[in-house]
Design a binder for this molecule. Structure first.
Ligand code: ATP
Ligand code: MG
Length: 760
């Protein structure tokens, strides 16, 4: 009979969890123990026992991808009997669905628009202005952050008490929040947070509607319960109040969204919230080999604030050690990973079984470039590819306009980013002149500012902008190209725009911009860089189904792969310095949980790499291997000589720099920040002997890097005939570190990067 199919193979505890369908149930268990499998099997069980039809089950997953996967698996276990589960999805997608049905009760129409952050901000700015609040003193982004926090806590404007309010323009945050909600309603719009908040509020205020949904949702199932925020928690409590058939699964060691308002306490107080709740522990891990599991358990044991759980490997295979490798820099890191992927491929591994998980999205760029050049298809999960990111496209557009100011499309993109008061009507006027005179927008703008076609502020603003472009163009021949790019991004106000942005994505965007500048530094001219970009863009559109996955650690939650690569395990990058600075020890513990999530994604093979040098904003900095590497027990690690050499030194360094968080952390924070800046610009004694190179105080790390780099072995010799992917065949005329000057047969003399050149 079909029923037994999905129960077969479940262990005793899993079966118990699946079969206890009535009443509250909590499965609190470690990674890879089958929590998600329990949920999927439970849904199959409920449907095949006819306890509920698919449309009477509310199942909350963490991502849309997870929802699709779950649907597929349920279909498989039931022999594709399942016809659609309308209530299986993320909190936001289900919230939006409920809100559309009852939009009128929330002051909206059912076709309301969902706003993005840009729109939200524009609206907040308008409100701040109309309230005569000084925008400089009280930045709109700050208010946006506060409003998000209110929403995460499930608070409508009228529900905010004096103590909960924020110091914004004389404690006006909640009042402004109210005005903002009114405006949204007038515009028939909702922001992302509203999708849940308004549907929660709707259920709170309308017992008939609450009743209706309590009767629809006969069974409620929630994955990744440790990462629910207060609003989500309250929403679930309301919906499950009537019959209490709620099954939540989670792992306190994988709570990684504290920064976005998630409250791990939700999982810890489940028993008191639902008296008589059944608690099931799962202790067998079915995902990873013993060594990977040992590494993960050893690492997470350094966290003090945890329940502590046993994990036993079901897979009776010791497996490989966790491979720890040091690399010179990010470029070598990408090369090492790519080489290893190719080696695995030649042994029969499939690309879809391989994933690279990074701490910060800027790290992806180096991998994307390498994959593109090596012809390895890849996909970026949970976000755009590097060159498709908004901030990267904007920055490149600026560079392109300076390189060729007649590039209309790019000029149009940046003419009012950041907002400089050049609106649509001006743009239309420019387009009209450009078309009728058959000239570019830039030339049209140059002409229009000489005339009286436009007046007042608009004219001044446009003239200033055109003038800036002219200045940057002039500087092209006289200043270093990297400095020029920095200057463009600064003087245009673009960098500042993101610096003032208080939304959660802003700091990542600034990091991406820094990465871009670092990358540009590797080329010897702006045009060389732009050539590279066009080549990369061209090659990117490949359609093969088999791809390596590239994503952040945050978006890897719940997923698993045969082979995992974890690059950039360096103190400062991972654990992330900002988390440490802002939240001290609890920040460190959240970072460690994130590391634990990364390690536990791997089934068979795990590679952790760290670069000895990382370029931050065009400047080389030496880095210290992440303390998390040290925390993985020796018996599960395989490391290279470099690591052994340096680890003692690093231990001392880490201790002196970071380990005093608990005691008076906040007080010392300022001093500490200053100190860490100094150690970065290290004096001779702070540089380990193996790295010490003849130096005096005036030699910076950057110069040191150059010095070492010159000694790097190159495979090329002058006069050699070589092949370059873009420029074809040519002869090397000069070798300068990583760069080769080549006289190409078709395209003349160009300077290119060694890594893109093959010997022929
Ligand atoms: P995470 O905490 O990472 O989300 P999880 O607890 O949700 O992990 P699952 O993803 O459900 O774990 O399961 C991990 C792997 O183990 C999956 O490949 C799953 O198919 C497999 N698995 C789980 N239980 C069993 C079992 N009883 N027999 C065989 N394989 C199992
Ligand atoms: Mg899971």
């Amino acid at each position: 009979m079909i029923i037994s199919k999905y129960l077969d193979g479940l262990n005793k505890s899993q079966k118990e969890a699946v079969e206890s369908t009535e009443g509250p149930l909590l499965v609190l268990a470690g990674a890879g123990t089958g929590k998600t499998k329990v949920l999927t099997s439970k849904i199959a069980h409920l449907i095949s026992l006819r306890k509920a039809s698919p449309s009477n089950i509310l199942a909350v997953t963490f991502t849309n991808k997870a929802a699709r996967e779950m649907k597929y698996r349920i279909g498989q276990s039931l022999g594709s009997m399942v016809e659609g589960m309308p209530w299986l999805g993320t909190f936001h997608s289900i919230g939006a669905k409920i809100l559309r049905i009852h939009a009128e009760l929330a002051g909206l129409k059912s076709d309301f628009t969902i706003l993005d952050t840009d729109d939200q901000l524009r609206l907040i700015k308008q409100i701040i202005k109309s309230e005569n609040i000084d925008e400089k003193r009280w930045p709109p982004k700050l208010l946006l952050g506060y409003i998000d926090t209110f929403k995460n806590k499930g608070l409508m404007p009228t529900e905010i008490t004096y103590n909960q309010d924020y110091q914004f323009a004389n404690r006006k945050a909640s009042e402004l929040y109210g005005l903002y909600q009114n405006r949204l309603s007038i515009l028939n719009s909702a922001d992302f947070g509203d999708l849940l908040l308004l549907s929660l509020n709707l259920l709170k205020r309308n017992t008939d509607i609450l009743n209706k949904y309590q009767n629809i949702f006969l069974y409620i199932l929630v994955d990744e319960y440790q990462d629910t925020n207060v609003a989500q928690y309250l929403w679930l409590r309301l919906l499950s109040q009537k019959n209490s058939n709620i099954a939540c699964v989670g792992d306190d060691d994988q709570s990684i969204y504290g920064w976005r308002g998630a409250e791990v306490d939700n999982i810890l107080r489940f028993e008191s919230d639902y008296p008589g709740a059944k608690i099931v522990k799962l202790e067998e891990n079915y995902r990873s080999t013993e060594k990977i599991l040992g590494a993960a358990s050893g690492l997470i044991s350094y966290n003090k604030d945890r329940l502590g759980k046993t994990l036993i490997a079901n897979i009776k295979d010791e497996g490989e050690e966790v491979h720890i490798r040091s690399v010179w820099d990010a470029e070598n890191e990408a090369r090492l990973v790519t080489d290893e992927i190719e080696a695995k491929q030649s042994k029969g591994a499939k690309l879809e079984d391989i994933a690279i998980l990074v701490r910060a999205s800027f790290q992806m760029r180096e991998f994307e470039d390498r994959f593109i050049m090596s012809g390895i298809p890849y996909r970026v999960i949970g976000g755009p590819r590097f060159y498709e990111r908004q901030e990267i496209k904007d920055a490149i557009s600026y560079i392109q306009v300076v390189s060729n100011s007649n590039n209309d499309l790019k000029l149009e993109r940046i003419i009012n980013i950041p907002r400089r008061g050049i609106g649509n009507s001006t743009l239309q006027a420019l387009n009209k002149i450009a078309r009728s005179n058959n000239i570019s927008l830039f030339l049209a703008a140059k002409q229009i500012i000489e005339t009286d076609e436009i007046r007042g502020q608009t004219k001044i603003k446009l003239a200033n902008f055109i003038n800036s472009i002219e200045l940057w163009k002039d500087a092209k021949s006289s200043s270093h190209h990297t400095d020029l790019v920095k200057r463009i991004l600064d003087e245009s106000g673009y960098t500042e725009m993101w610096q003032n942005d208080k939304s959660p994505t802003a700091s990542g965007r600034l990091e991406n911009l820094k990465e871009l500048i670092g990358q540009i530094d590797g080329f010897d001219s702006i045009d060389g860089f732009l050539d590279h970009v066009s080549l990369v863009m061209e090659l990117e559109s490949d359609t093969s189904a088999e791809k390596v996955s590239l994503m952040t650690l945050h978006s890897a939650k719940g997923l698993e792969f045969e082979n995992i690569f974890l690059p950039g395990w360096e103190d400062g990058l991972f654990p992330n310095q900002r988390s440490l600075d802002e939240k001290g020890n609890s920040g460190l513990e959240e970072e460690r949980r994130l590391a634990h999530v990364g390690v536990t994604r791997a089934k068979k093979s795990l590679w952790i790499t760290y670069a000895l040098n990382r370029r931050v904003y065009g400047l080389w900095q030496q880095s210290i291997p992440s303390r998390f590497i040290d925390e993985i027990p020796e018996e599960y690690k395989d490391f290279d000589a470099e690591y052994i050499n340096t680890n003692n030194y690093y231990q001392q360094e880490r201790q002196s720099k970071y380990k005093n968080f608990d005691a008076g952390y906040t007080k010392n924070n300022n001093n500490y920040q200053k100190e860490s800046q100094f150690t970065r610009e290290a004096t001779g004694t702070k540089i380990p002997a193996w790295k010490r190179i003849k130096k005096n105080n005036s030699v910076t790390i950057n110069a040191e890097f150059q010095e070492i780099n010159i000694k790097r072995k190159t495979n090329f010799i002058e006069g050699q005939r070589v092949f370059h992917e873009k420029f074809g065949y040519g002869k090397i005329i000069d070798i300068n570190q990583l760069k080769l000057e080549i006289d190409f047969e078709k395209s003349g003399i160009k300077t290119v990067l060694e890594s893109y050149v093959k010997i022929h």
